[in-house]
Ligand binder design. Sequence first.
Ligand SMILES: Cc1cc2nc3c(=O)[nH]c(=O)nc-3n(C[C@H](O)[C@H](O)[C@H](O)COP(=O)(O)OP(=O)(O)OC[C@H]3O[C@@H](n4cnc5c(N)ncnc54)[C@H](O)[C@@H]3O)c2cc1C
Length: 477
Amino acid sequence: MTANTSSAELVHIIGAGLAGSEAAWQVARSGIPVVLHEMRPGKMTEAHRTDGLAELVCSNSFRSDDAANNAVGLLHAEMRRLDSLIMRAADANQVPAGGALAVDRDGFSDAVTRALDGHPLIEIRRAEIEGLPPEHWRNVIVATGPLTSLALADAIRELTDESALAFFDAIAPIVHRDSIDMSVAWFQSRYDKVGPGGTGADYINCPLTKEQYEAFVGALMAGEKTDFKEWETNTPYFDGCLPIEVMAERGQETLRHGPMKPVGLTNPRDPTVKAYAIVQLRQDNKLGTLYNMVGFQTKLKHGAQQRIFRTIPGLEKAEFARLGGLHRNTFLNSPKLLDAQLRLRAQPRLRFAGQMTGCEGYVESASIGLIAGLYAAANARSTSLAPPPATTAIGSLLGHITGGHIETIEPGGRSFQPMNVNFGLFPPLASPPTRKPDGTRLRGNEKTVARKQAISARALADLDRWIAESLNIAAAA
Ligand SMILES: Cc1cc2nc3c(=O)[nH]c(=O)nc-3n(C[C@H](O)[C@H](O)[C@H](O)COP(=O)(O)OP(=O)(O)OC[C@H]3O[C@@H](n4cnc5c(N)ncnc54)[C@H](O)[C@@H]3O)c2cc1C
């Protein structure tokens, strides 16, 4: 169809990947016309191979489909309740993959393309948007993804500032706070310094002896690494973001003078013995459930990371909410730049969605496209939409992007880095389960399982309430 471009209600969406396609569907479902701009096939990214909408550039998996025990499975369930096109196309094109939801990638992309191409309220324009959208586009969603074309990325960077748009990520692992052994680790800031918003005891410190440090450095250098893709090797990383294993290769003592320096810290259990090296973890979210291994961005393979990082005293049983990485990835410093409805504070007509906002993964990107679409549709109708509850997967991810992350106070790499959905982003339960239905006490891992299941049940109940109270009312208005 040709959308009526003079309509004040019109929503322009730039990028028809996972997020842009879902956003277009949600806006059109609300009865609002959409123009969806996609640069392929005229201009391709380094990873896309087809002209299909919502092309999956690598794996064909949407990960676990277990809504009761897994945060991404819960996100699937929430998106299905919100009539997600991406989930509908994925469900219709499933291939066998055990407990995971994997799809036939061509069938999936074709289904999304057909649904949008044939929609009477959607016009698809195949052209690159080479700078900021024209002023008369008043309601825009930018969903151009990790490989946003340079012309648009440069324009966004000029509008924000040099450090607000990154061209690659430098991801340090994040650990669930309750999996850290606090009988070994302790809370303290270096020299007990009270920084902005700090207490002087803001970091979790894990001490290493000389022998442990030397074994650790050896393991880092020997550990299996992932290769940079050819086009990523030309993306330089600055010194503040060197992978930990590259630092280790520069000399046996380099890490002791960098992220593992032991100065200004005293182990309260052994105050007269100085640790040879110390790993520091910094609080990563306002809830205090996640801690970030400061300076530990890495290209080690995930299995090697888990094995090597669990040799650090205090982290023997660490559960990782996110493992480290370094990739070409265009994304915003969203907690600073975007408001709670994903609008650029400096130019609220521009709303962002997908991986550019700092979420990670196909499903997460689509879910942020979904909520951006709902907000844009509400704007077009001059109504407002209550935010999704923070207790839901979609609400907790949105909260993390727009405000839940705590910014670093050290110089060097920016602290906000892309994140998959995980249970550490959800507000803790008011009263975590302690007993089974038969009244007997939950033990060990049973408690973790019961906690996840209670968080999931709370999420779905709260989402249903939000749909009934906010979306149905908004649709009727
Ligand atoms: C190499 C690579 C491998 C990945 N592997 C996985 C994986 O295995 N599993 C996983 O879950 N996630 C993976 N990801 C992350 C994945 O890309 C994102 O999770 C997801 O595709 C992001 O969705 P999006 O909608 O934000 O961006 P995309 O899906 O990339 O969509 C962005 C769209 O915008 C278009 N575009 C860009 N600039 C412009 C412009 N100026 N004008 C018009 N159109 C434009 C692009 O052509 C593209 O179609 C990978 C990413 C990369 C780069």
